[in-house]
Ligand binder design. Structure first.
Ligand SMILES: NC(=O)c1ccc[n+]([C@@H]2O[C@H](COP(=O)([O-])OP(=O)(O)OC[C@H]3O[C@@H](n4cnc5c(N)ncnc54)[C@H](OP(=O)(O)O)[C@@H]3O)[C@@H](O)[C@H]2O)c1
Length: 479
């Protein structure tokens, strides 16, 4: 594998410490990259040694193998502060490090800076020769990409002044999760599902990302974004497009992006009836008092930022017409759980009854992202013994049973960047189409309060009216 210069903006931040630095080390190990350098950029002045210590701490915290840790710490590690002269310093440092280490100028530039700093950072890079090299140059951009359609368009325009779209990797780490990567294989290699993956057989699709935690000290960031911007527009929508897209002509990035954009362009405009937004209030959870969102440090006591969203998306195309896609996500829910539930129609006639009720259930395919990545297919069988009592059993696969340890999503995606594979990244028109879809929800102030530690506002069940296919959040969580 050729050599790489990793240039990480936000190298001293939370993401770098918990995910990015360990992922870089593991990618270096997995791809056997012998020659590399790590140049970290932050907003404050620091020495190279401070950054080296932070890198060492991040690798130790992530239990990176000691030989790999030593290899990373033996590589050139340099720190640059993004001050007024920061970008001149950066240019000088990159040139110097590559010359001294004999690197050929393959540059992986990772932007893990606060969203408000994105445009200025790209402009700063563009003012230097950092993006011009004899080797390849790839730009990875963290989510959220913009705060609405206008800002996303603006950031795309600034990026495209210097970088071709083929160099840009808009990252959404959900796309690096095994279950999500598996979606394409699952759908397009199993004829059982290929033939039934449409409105004739599927009644509804639910995508749920529930967090038990609150804002976890990130109130400043979260209060400006809220759950529609932070979760729905990116993570949940990316999953939706992979579930709903048509088979691509080829398994390459361009063909897949093409199909994903078509899904977003087929989505019916969202109206106020299609979404319920909520905000957690105070509650006692496991005997401990938990403050409401507006009482979190750093949050205004009049904040209307949603911490919960339930959204119904309708895809008006031949495959999905009439099949609701329900997206649900929230903080301070009763459990931490991310899953996709694909509900099949019941058979046309029910033949098995108990006490006047139909005993049959819908078949449900559940793809679980966390905890316990894997999938389950639920179907009805006769309980052994006399009579015809019907039981519901899952065919289940846990990834932990298949591999010792599935790679972290960041490691998977970073490897794709190193290999120049854009398949699991978000193209500029995709990100813009997603912002356009959710525009009606971005400024909504009708927010329903729900007690922390529950399953969201009771009101969320109102979305179900007219559909017998939605199981409410409570039932889904406990199943
Ligand atoms: N944390 C996560 O788990 C997570 C998950 C998904 C996405 N993200 C995204 O990743 C990005 C970073 O998040 P974070 O949690 O790591 O934030 P953070 O802990 O606040 O760290 C921000 C980092 O950016 C640096 N920085 C700030 N302004 C800069 C500038 N103008 N030029 C260069 N560096 C600058 C900071 O340097 P100083 O230390 O010197 O201030 C720090 O290293 C955000 O876009 C966030 O949405 C984070």
């Amino acid at each position: 594998m050729s050599d790489i210069t990793f240039i990480v903006f936000g190298a001293t931040g939370h993401l770098a410490r918990t995910k990015l630095i360990p992922a870089i080390a593991r990618t270096v190990g997995a791809k056997d990259i012998r020659d590399f350098a790590f140049i970290g950029v932050g907003s404050s002045p620091r020495s190279d040694d401070v950054l080296r210590t932070k890198v060492g701490d991040a690798l130790a915290d992530a239990d990176v193998a000691s030989d790999l840790r030593d290899r990373v710490l033996a590589a050139p590690i340099r720190y640059v502060s993004a001050s007024i002269d920061g970008f001149d310093d950066l240019e000088h440092t990159v040139d110097q490090v590559e010359r001294e280490a004999g690197l050929s100028g393959n540059r992986l530039i990772y932007l893990a800076v606060p969203p408000s700093q994105l445009d200025a950072t790209v402009r700063g890079i563009s003012s230097t020769t950092v993006a011009k090299s004899d080797g390849w140059v790839r730009l990875v951009v963290e989510k959220p990409f913009g705060v609405d359609l206008a800002t996303a368009r603006h950031s795309n325009a600034i990026i495209h002044e210097t970088f071709d779209e083929s160099q840009v990797y808009r990252i959404d780490h959900f796309l690096g999760k095994e279950t999500v990567r598996n979606l394409l294989v699952f759908r397009f290699t199993n004829s059982l599902f290929e033939q039934t993956w449409n409105r004739n057989h599927i009644a509804s699709v639910e995508i749920t990302v529930a967090e038990e935690s609150g804002v976890d000290g990130r109130a400043g960031y979260f209060d400006e974004s809220g759950t529609v911007r932070d979760m729905v527009q990116n993570h949940l929508t990316q999953i939706l497009t992979l579930i709903a897209m048509e088979p691509p002509v080829k398994m390459d990035a361009a063909s897949i992006h093409q199909e994903k954009v078509k899904v977003l362009n087929s989505a019916r405009p969202i109206t106020s009836d299609d979404a319920i937004l909520g905000q957690y209030g105070a509650a006692v959870i496991d005997g401990e008092q938990v403050v409401g969102y507006r009482d979190e440090p750093g949050v205004s006591d009049e904040s209307t930022t949603p911490t919960f969203a339930a959204v119904r998306v309708s895809i008006d195309n031949w495959r999905w017409n009439g099949v609701p896609f329900y997206l649900r996500t929230g903080k301070r829910m009763s459990a931490r759980m991310s899953q996709i539930a694909v509900r099949y129609h019941r058979p046309p006639v029910c033949l098995f009854h108990a006490e006047g009720e139909c005993e049959g259930h819908q078949n449900i395919l559940k793809l679980r992202l966390q905890p316990d990545e894997g999938f389950e297919l639920f179907f009805d069988v006769k309980q052994p013994g006399p009579g015809t009592e019907i039981g519901r059993i899952p065919l289940a696969v846990r990834y932990d049973d298949l591999v010792n340890e599935a790679p972290d999503a960041y490691e998977t995606l970073l490897t794709d960047v190193v290999e120049g594979d854009q398949t699991l990244f978000v193209r500029s028109d995709e990100v813009e189409a997603a912002w356009e879809l959710y525009a009606p929800l971005l400024d909504r102030t009708d927010i329903h309060t729900y007690p922390a530690g529950t399953d969201g506002p009771e009101h969320a069940d109102d979305l179900l009216v007219g559909f017998d296919t939605w199981s409410n959040v409570r039932r889904t969580f406990s199943r």
